[in-house]
Design a protein around this ligand. Structure first.
Ligand SMILES: [Zn+2]
Length: 120
């Protein structure tokens, strides 16, 4: 297992956090059962609600201040806010979901989740 930043970065990029050589995902958000290169037990790590939680947290911290700054500077009509922030929220959420999940898997593998003796 590499150091923590390497494991997180590899997960973020969608590659196996352990070896960095094979794909982490078997579908858009479905984690591969095990690594095709190093046999790391990727599919045994349960990321559960952490990736959506982190994604909502991050997107909220981009969209809400942006909304407030625009309102303060321009005071645009409500439809302008809607036309900007609704698509941006959806796009950012979709863009962040997979890298955040990958980094979560990297974090959990590094912390020892997914090991046969680990009952979490
Ligand atoms: Zn691997």
């Amino acid at each position: 297992m590499p150091d923590m930043p390497t494991a997180l970065l590899r997960g973020l990029r969608g590659i196996c956090p352990c070896c960095g050589k094979a794909r982490l995902f078997a579908g858009w958000l479905r984690v591969a059962g095990s690594c095709a290169q190093c046999d790391a037990p990727l599919g045994r790590v349960r990321a559960d609600d952490l990736p959506p939680y982190v994604t909502i947290f991050a997107v909220g911290h981009i969209v809400v201040p942006g909304m407030l700054v625009l309102e303060k500077a321009q005071t645009p009509d409500l439809w302008v806010h809607t036309a900007i922030w609704v698509p941006l929220t959806i796009a950012l959420s979709l863009a962040l979901m997979r890298p955040v999940k990958g980094a979560t898997i990297g974090l959990m593998l590094k912390l020892g989740f997914g090991q046969p003796d680990h009952h979490a």
